[in-house]
Design a protein around this ligand. Structure first.
Ligand code: ADP
Ligand code: MG
Length: 447
């Protein structure tokens, strides 16, 4: 839809003309009437789809020139990082070129007294990171009692960065009567919790379901009986020349470190590991080196790899299967960037099959399963958690067909057992018994 068709004012139209933007993106088109209506809203669309203007345009369309000498902010926009605050302020500058609106961006690490002055002088729109917002309101200079529109942008990012407490604090400072607007690239439980608790019957605008797999990414999975076999498989995969630049995901810091240690035996000097226990400096440098091809294998946890924007990652390997299915989608999105093709390989142990089901359900597709390469040795060593599962399964008396999606895999294994074929490279069929998992519950991981 053309911007002309949206009911925006001439000053905004002119600003958009200056920017050369003619057509609204889908999220902009659909969010516009909802934000205008004053209803609470939750907008979900992938990164780079124009979410910022999706709320700025209708908010600026509605904003009234304040006659007060020192207005308190009526629109409050919270962003997870200082960079995003700065970026948003620059977008506001462009959009309000022909308007009379006062706004400012505040964030930590900058002089708080200057920010106090700015706030005291009066602004209509305040853009802030959560931390500095809390600090500034604690000084008493910043008062949020006039806020009518509250925008939480990049909420998933905000929660990943551990801002939950600050957010809750801010939400409690706001007047009860207000419009809540949220934008996020993904939804997850943390985001849902905030919506449940603080939003009033929001209208949801979702573009291209967050589950849509990226077409340039070739996905595959190996069903692997246990952890030690995974180790054998990943070593095998990493020896492939095609694997030029690979990001390997581990679900926990400790597991990432352990994997790093084990793989170092074979790939010393070709790899590094990143997680939140590493210093910020270390993380930035390691990422830079990875981007510069100084090493080829990077092991990381989900939280860290979330922002990784390295263009030419050829492979993403999920060594552990994520228990939050959205994380899988974030993971594979690290490859296939900037018009390049990428491959995603998930290693799924029996204990993780339920996570795979959740992922496939979210994406509304099955991930193609690959046969275990002949040369990969099937280990019989089991972790404690794997022993537990294997015992549970052995104790089941009847084996029923299952309705869930993993069924084919189990049936195949059952057949292998009966005929004692073992399948390609599967030398330990006893370890892979079918099981009736009806009524299963999501359990927390252990190892
Ligand atoms: P998101 O928040 O969804 O990741 P942004 O709002 O940051 O995306 O927008 C991504 C880029 O697209 C920005 O550079 C923005 O200026 C540009 N952009 C936004 N809307 C339009 C549009 N309607 N037409 C062309 N470019 C746009
Ligand atoms: Mg954004």
């Amino acid at each position: 839809m053309l911007f002309e068709e949206l009911n925006i004012t001439t000053p905004l139209r002119n600003a958009l003309d200056d920017l050369g933007y003619k057509e609204a993106t889908p999220i902009q088109e659909q969010a516009y009437p909802v934000v205008m209506s004053g209803r609470d809203m939750v907008g979900v669309a992938q990164t780079g789809t124009g979410k910022t203007f999706a709320y700025l345009l209708p908010l600026l369309r509605n904003i009234k020139f304040s006659k007060e000498k020192h207005p308190r902010p009526k629109i409050l926009i919270v962003q997870p990082t200082r960079e995003l605050v700065i970026q948003l302020v620059s977008e506001l500058e462009k959009l309000t070129k022909y308007m009379n609106v006062r706004f400012a961006g505040i964030y930590g690490g900058a002089n708080i007294n200057k920010q106090k002055d700015i706030v005291y002088n009066g602004i209509d729109i305040l853009v802030s990171t959560p931390g500095r917002l809390v600090d500034l309101s604690a000084t008493g200079v910043l008062r949020l009692i006039d806020v009518q529109k509250f925008v939480l942008d990049e909420v998933d990012e905000m929660l990943n960065s551990g801002f939950k407490a600050q957010l809750t604090h801010i939400l409690d400072l706001l007047p009860i009567k207000r419009q809540n607007i949220m934008f996020s690239a993904t939804l997850n439980r943390g985001v849902d919790d905030i919506i449940q608790e603080y939003f009033n019957d929001p209208i949801r605008v979702e573009i291209a379901k967050h589950g849509t797999p990226l077409e340039k990414i070739e996905q595959s999975a190996y069903m692997v009986p246990n952890y030690h076999t995974k180790l054998n498989l990943i070593k095998y995969l990493l020896h492939d020349d095609e694997v030029k630049k690979v990001l390997i995901f581990a679900a926990r810091k400790k597991w990432a470190d352990r994997l790093y240690e084990i793989l170092s035996e074979d790939f010393d000097g070709e790899m590094d590991v990143l997680h939140s226990n590493k210093s910020q400096n270390y993380r930035i440098q390691a990422l830079q080196k990875f981007a510069d091809n100084e090493f080829r294998i990077l092991i990381a946890t989900d939280v860290i790899a979330r922002g990784v924007d390295v263009d030419d990652i050829t492979h993403v390997i999920s060594f552990d299967t994520p228990d939050f299915p959205e994380n899988y989608i974030h993971r594979i999105g690290r490859t296939g960037r900037a018009d390049k093709k990428g491959k995603s390989i998930a290693l799924i142990s029996q204990i993780e099959e339920e996570y795979l089901e959740d992922i496939e359900e979210l994406m509304q597709m099955e991930i193609p399963k690959l046969d275990m390469p002949e040369d990969v040795e099937i280990s019989e060593i089991l972790l404690e958690s794997e022993k537990e599962l294997s015992n549970q399964r052995n104790n089941l008396v009847t084996i029923k067909g299952r309705e869930s999606r993993g069924a084919a895999f189990h049936e195949k294994k059952a057949k292998n057992m009966k005929e004692n074929l073992g399948g390609p490279g599967r030398r330990n069929p006893k370890k892979t018994k079918p099981v009736n998992r009806a009524g299963r519950r999501r359990k927390s991981r252990k190892k």
